[in-house]
Each structure stands twice: as C-alpha cells, then as structure tokens.
Design a protein around this ligand. Structure first.
Ligand code: G6P
Length: 478
C-alpha cells in the first residue's frame, strides 16, 4: 500500500460495496455531512480511510483491491479506502458485544442496572475480540502511514488503537474523537477495573482527544483523575499520564448546510414532500427522525404526544405526528425489543384517538433520506428528546431546512443543547408531561417568535461545519 499523510480510521467507512447481478462491484457513499466533510479535507492530501468490511460486497472489495483508490465519479476525490476483512466471530464480539452492547450502553448511561451489565467470562472473550479488532486497525494504519503522518481515529469502537499505534510508530501524530457522550466515573467504573483502565489509557496513547461537548470532555477528565489517578489539569483540559501530556479539546460538530441544501434539491425530495403534504392535509405537523435507538427515547416521545392529546384535546384532529424510526443494530436483542415497543405504543395511540378522518400518528420504520429531508422542510415542530446524545445532528439539520419556522423541542441531555438550548424549548427527556407542554407551547407559539427563534437556531447549527470541525482536529495535531 502506498503511504499516506492523513489517515482516518472508523468502524463504518465512507462507502459500502455491493455486488451487481453480473458479479461486478459497485460502491455507494454513505450519507451524512460528517463523511463528506472529512472526505473533502482528506482528499486534498494523500489519504487513506481504514474501515471494517461490513457486507459481502465490502469483503470482496477488501480481497480484490486493498486500499482501493475511489475516483471522483463516486465523490471521494481519489481518496483511498482500505476495508479490513475481520473474521466474523471477532467482528461480532468486538462490534456487537463490546462496542454496541457494552460501551454504547455505558456512555449513554442506559443500563437497567438491577439486571445488567454483568461482566463474566463471556464478556472477557468478547473483550479479546475487541482487542484483536483494534489490533487489526492499528496494523493497517502502521502499514499505511508515511513518516510523521497524522491519524484521526474515530469513536468507541477504536479506543485501544491510539496506544497500540504509538508503541509501534512513535513518529505519528494521533487524534482520537468520541462521537458519544462520556459517562462520569461513578458510572464508568461499573466496568471491570482492568478494562476501565485499558480503555482510558488506550485513548491516552493519542496526542489529542476530542469530544462534542464540554460535559463529555470533563467527564472523561474526571475518569482519568479518579480511575487512572492521572494528573489532570481541568482548567486547561490536559492529562499527564505515562510521562506524556495529552490535550483534550471540544469540537462541537455542526450541520453541513451546503451538503444539506444540495441533497434537498434532489427531485425525489419534492416527490416525498408532496406525499407528506397530502398525508398531513391542513393539520399542524410534529416531526421526529431517528434511528430506532434506545438512547433516542422514542417511546417517551410517543407518550408525550399522547399526553398532549389528553391535556389539550383542542389539538385532536388538528395535528399529525410523523415519527420516522429507522432500523438500527438488529443484532442487539435490546434493539429488537425496543422496536417492538415503539410499534406497539404507536398502534395504541392511534387506537385511542384516531377518528374516521384523522390519523394522529404516522410511524414509518423504513429508511428514506429524501423523505426525512422533506419532513424537515414541512415540520411545524421538531421533537428531539434523547435520554443522552453525543450531539444529535437532527436538531441542527432541521432548523437549516425548515420552511415553516419549525420550533425545536430539545432534550437538555443532547450535546446539541449546548449551542441550541437558548432558542429551542428544552425538556427533561424523562418528563413526558413537561415534553407534552413544550409541544403545546411550540404549536401555539406566535409566528414572529417562531421565526426569530428558527433563524437563530439555523445560524448556531452551522457554526462549525464538518469540514472545519475536521480541519480543527488535524490542526490541533500541528
Ligand atoms: C453513532 C456512532 C457512530 C456510528 C453511528 C451508527 O452515531 O457515534 O460511530 O457510526 O452511531 O451506528 P452503526 O452501529 O450503525 O455504525
């Protein structure tokens, strides 16, 4: 593999391959501003993106063209993508077992603690898979990095990579960025001690660590102080550990306005919009768009809608709730159960309130990006109520595309509340009565106030576009 000056490592890569009927490979770029922002910076310098092969097509691409240079036709500007074919069992242990079923639950503080977690020998085996998976990424980065290259490692899947990489290649400049929240030490130390320490010290192999909110950065610093007994300077956000000083930064990722407007200009968005307009008629529209993800708090969101219809019956027949809940992580049993609950509660609400000419709630579970964009344009209210969220880009993308001055009802536990809290109606995500009242207030808000708030939200939402967010991280490596 030719060596690169900039390397990115993440579990899910910027493209996915599929196999055509004639056996040829085709690739599609993943959606989202984050991917385009990173690509747009990385392609200016010789770069490689290392990621896991997630599909049959990916695995073939990994075998046939390791480090494939993808051309401009596919919007990657000639960047190379290196897919790692990790053995299935190792991948499942690392991704489903440790990353999604353990670290994700931990950082979002959503364990049902009387029952879970329990760290037995099964978990220890999955931890070995996680270590092997991190080693495989480090190996590929070692092979692909030019002297003094800069490496940007992404997220909780790859917490051990910085330390492994530094041991092998002290010349590299390494950043690690966490896209999740970070749990405070009282919660984080639920992990077995040795593993908690391995995770923290693994990340501290980097030169710079990045978080989306000061709340998550400070929780990480507290973990370093209390669990590793590292020397932490809370004011300047540095950690001294193992004879090195690591800087911790906050980079509050914003929406990609240009990319969003471009995607929204797709004729398919107009088609979806028409369908939605027909569906909603002249009722007011409350929208939510999420993966069917436990941390997104969809069930309490639906319950809040029910509370609204009970406490303010004047809205019956005059409002529609469109809830988009796209499939996610079906390999994790809790996600499957959660999806069933979402479907059941949605059905109950319609059974309770629907009339011959009014459907109070429309729940869609199939992924349809153009439809999501159309719903942002049409929403009167956007509901974003996670129990905890690293950032939440829906809260930032909605106001940018809104054409009806949508009011944002936002959980104070989302990272996005740092920048948007002043102009959104913020709520405690566990309090469905408060959330219902916020929905009522949003629906009743005078036009001038809606407009003023929406304009300020849209401005705050794009303060740090993905491209600059990524440049800032690379720059912080010198
Ligand atoms: C979160 C994580 C990302 C991850 C995404 C989708 O936003 O921070 O790293 O890519 O969820 O999750 P998935 O498991 O489908 O890749």
């Amino acid at each position: 593999m030719d060596k690169a000056q900039i390397l990115i490592a993440s579990n899910r890569g910027p493209v996915s391959f599929s196999i055509n009927e004639d056996g040829s490979l085709e690739h599609r770029r993943g959606g989202g501003g984050l991917v385009s922002g990173m690509i747009s910076v990385a392609t200016e310098i010789d770069s490689i993106w290392v990621c896991a092969a997630l599909s049959e097509g990916d695995r073939r691409a990994a075998a046939e063209a390791p480090g494939a240079r993808l051309d401009r036709d596919h919007d990657l500007g000639g960047m190379r993508v290196h897919m790692l074919d990790i053995p299935e069992e190792t991948f499942q242990g690392a991704y489903t077992g440790v990353a999604n079923s353990t670290l994700w639950f931990l950082q979002h503080m959503m364990y049902d603690t009387p029952n879970k977690p329990s760290f037995g020998s099964g978990f220890r085996r999955r931890w070995e898979d996680y270590t092997a998976y991190n080693n495989a990424f480090a190996e590929a980065l070692v092979a692909g990095a030019a002297d003094n290259a800069r490496v940007a490692v992404q997220d909780y899947h790859l917490a051990l990579v910085p330390r492994i990489l530094r041991a092998r290649r002290p010349d590299l400049r390494i950043a690690h960025f966490s896209h999740t929240p970070w749990a405070p030490p009282e919660y984080f130390r639920m992990l077995p001690d040795d593993i908690a320490r391995e995770l923290l010290s693994g990340m501290l192999g980097a030169d710079r660590l990045g978080f989306l909110s000061p709340r998550w950065a400070d929780a990480f610093l507290r973990c370093c102080a209390e669990i590793l007994r590292a020397d932490v300077d809370f004011r300047n956000r540095t950690v001294e550990y193992g004879g090195r000083v690591v800087g911790v930064g906050v980079h509050a990722l914003g929406a990609d306005e240009e990319g969003l407007r471009e995607s929204a200009a797709d004729p398919l968005v107009a088609v979806r919009r028409e369908t939605l307009e027909e569906l909603v008629g002249d009722t007011r529209l409350i929208v939510r768009v999420d993966r069917t993800e436990l941390s997104k708090n969809i069930v309490r969101g639906l319950e809040a809608y029910r509370e609204l219809l009970l406490a303010h019956p004047e809205w019956r027949g005059r409002v529609t709730h469109l809830a988009f809940a796209y499939p996610s992580r079906g390999d994790v049993p809790e996600y499957r159960e959660y999806t069933d609950t979402v479907l059941r509660v949605a059905k109950e609400i319609n059974e309770e309130f629907a009339t011959a000419d009014w459907t109070p709630l429309v729940l869609e579970v199939n992924d349809d990006y153009p439809r999501s964009l159309a719903s942002f344009q049409l929403a009167d209210v956007l509901l974003v109520n996670p129990i905890r969220d690293g950032m939440n880009l829906v809260a930032k993308e909605g106001p940018v595309l809104s054409e009806r001055d949508s009011v944002l009802v936002l959980s104070r536990e989302a990272g996005a509340a740092d920048e948007l809290g002043g102009d959104a109606l913020t709520v405690n995500p566990y309090d469905t009565v408060e959330t219902a009242e916020a929905l009522h207030r949003a629906l009743s808000m005078p036009a001038a106030e809606r407009r003023a708030r929406r304009e300020r939200l849209a401005e705050a939402a794009v303060a740090l576009p993905p491209r600059r967010w990524f440049q800032d991280q690379l720059r912080s490596l010198g």
